[in-house]
Design a protein around this ligand. Structure first.
Ligand code: UDP
Length: 340
């Protein structure tokens, strides 16, 4: 019988892609989400892609009783935890709301999972924990820097919660995946990113400008000490990123972990500037994008990219999709959404 993975936040951007890849790799998946920051588009898309009636539970992970009921009703072997608030700016304005939501939900999952004999917990962390690294690319040993937002801090604290829980409770093991910049959409264009309101992230802003929802893309800063003056990031294709979760989950389930708590960088290892990404988008999609240079955005780091060799070696995972394909998929998704 297939093993069952609970994907918290499975109706969202990353969660829905992970759900699809898990199912295609032979796992059974249960999606649970409180739908606070998404609609049913991606859940329905995931069902369509996989041809499976993926079980869905509307659950707020801050509600311990609801989490308890979820584990009572289902035999869950692993949890991948995505359910969290993710807007950096909002977290600065509403710190209590962010800490409460992002920490309570994870504490409930760890507590309830272990009491139900579910040993395997995968946490979705972020390269934000590295801040502006002194040395690039960053390895998993690079020091974490003090978070510059409550959102970033919740990622660090949740990593620590997982590390300490693994250490204290012999029956739990954990993996934290530190994502760099996930972008793109599924090649089917049936699932993708659905930001509410004005997008904070670069690629949704690009695609919304291309479709005419936004007038002009602002490139935040062209006076950085980088080759073309714009920031450098490690843009990782969403399907590649999703596949890393399948590798990590099977590593846990098949008892292949070297330590009971492991961390992996999930990135391509290639720095790409904002301007390069904008130009690549224009080229592959044959679109002239309306953009202008604007002042730096407060809180942005100049450059960060991954050394993904630990994930390459230990997880047997590698970023494969060329950025051109990723940007084509992002555009196809935007067009699909516009028609809906
Ligand atoms: N960016 C930009 N214009 C936008 C959104 C983002 O120039 O409308 C830049 C941002 O300054 C950063 C890069 O794009 O250098 C990636 O930003 P994003 O918010 O997508 O991810 P982050 O790296 O901040 O997590």
């Amino acid at each position: 019988m297939a093993q069952t993975v609970l994907v918290s936040g499975g109706a969202g951007f990353i969660g829905s892609h992970v759900t699809v890849e898990l199912i295609q790799a032979g796992y059974d998946v249960i999606v649970a989400d409180n739908m606070s920051n998404c609609d049913k588009t991606c859940l329905l898309g995931a069902r369509k892609i996989t041809g499976r009636k993926i079980p869905f539970f509307k659950v707020d992970f801050c509600n311990r009783n609801a989490v308890e009921r979820l584990f009572q009703a289902n035999k869950i072997e692993a949890v991948i935890h995505f359910a969290a608030f993710k807007a950096v700016g909002e977290s600065v304005e509403q710190p209590v709301m962010y800490y409460r939501n992002n920490l309570d939900s994870f504490l409930n999952i760890i507590d309830v999972a272990r009491t139900h004999g579910c040993r395997n917990i995968l946490f979705s962390s972020s390269a934000t924990v590295y801040g502006q690294p002194e040395e690039l690319p960053v390895t998993e040993e690079s020091p974490r820097q003090e978070a510059t937002s409550p959102y970033g801090n919740t990622k660090q604290i949740c990593e620590d919660i997982l590390r300490d829980s693994v250490k204290a409770y012999g029956n739990v093991r954990g993996i934290a995946l530190r994502y760099f910049n996930p972008i793109g959409a599924h090649p089917s264009a049936l699932i993708g990113e659905l930001p509410r309101g004005v997008p904070n992230n670069l690629v949704p802003f690009i695609t919304q400008t291309a479709i005419g929802k936004r007038e002009c893309l602002s490139i935040f800063g062209n006076d950085y000490p980088t080759p073309d003056g714009t920031c450098l990031r490690d843009y990782i294709d969403i399907v590649d990123l999703a596949k890393a979760h399948v590798c990590a989950v099977s590593r846990m389930m098949e008892d292949k972990m070297k330590e009971p708590y492991e961390i992996f960088n999930i990135g391509t290892g290639r720095p790409v500037s904002v301007l390069e990404l904008v130009n690549a988008f224009q080229k592959v999609n044959g679109i002239k994008l309306n953009y202008r240079f604007a002042p730096r955005r407060p809180g942005d780091v100049t450059a960060v990219w991954a050394d993904p060799s630990k994930a390459n070696k230990e997880l047997g995972w590698k970023a494969e999709r060329p950025v051109e394909e990723t940007l084509r998929a992002a555009w196809n998704w935007e067009k699909y959404i516009a028609k809906k």
